[in-house]
Design a protein. Structure first.
Length: 146
């Protein structure tokens, strides 16, 4: 089973069983953000975690094996058209240079790791309209001279 077929099987089972990513992640003892990313094909799970995910979803060994395979991270569109994803491109387009400048000012010349990284997505209730709270937490990696 390839990652695309795995993703479809997982999303269908999640829908049919009316499970949340939080419930699925709890079974794997990992964050909802990481488990969701693995289930969508952009990360992988260890054997124990993959088996826990497939068990809660009622899926077979072929899905567990696919979850354990290292991903090939690719994007099919230059700019996605889904409004939620597109807004992230808009944020980076508008604030990307600001983020870069402030990182350099605080840390020096380098980047934020997307490998030694965590993310938390939360909901903040607000009487004027609920807020999406996204925390990105990556290790600073300085550029080195050689």
């Amino acid at each position: 089973m390839n990652k695309a077929d795995m993703k479809e099987a997982i999303l269908e089972a999640k829908f049919e069983k009316d499970l949340t990513w939080k419930e699925i992640a709890k079974a794997a003892d990992l964050s909802k953000e990481y488990v969701c990313s693995a289930c969508l094909g952009m990360n992988h799970l260890g054997k124990k975690q993959a088996e826990a995910v497939t068990e809660i979803l009622g899926l077979g060994d072929e899905v567990s094996t696919a979850l354990q395979r290292f991903p090939h991270k690719t994007w099919s569109q230059t700019i996605p058209t889904d409004p939620v994803i597109y807004r992230w491109y808009e944020i980076v387009g508008v604030y990307g240079e600001t983020i870069k400048e402030l990182i350099h000012e605080k840390f020096g010349d380098g980047i934020m790791s997307a490998i030694d990284f965590s993310m938390d997505i939360d909901k903040q209730e607000d009487p004027k309209g609920d807020r999406v709270v996204v925390t990105l937490n990556g290790k600073f990696l300085p550029y080195k001279a050689w």
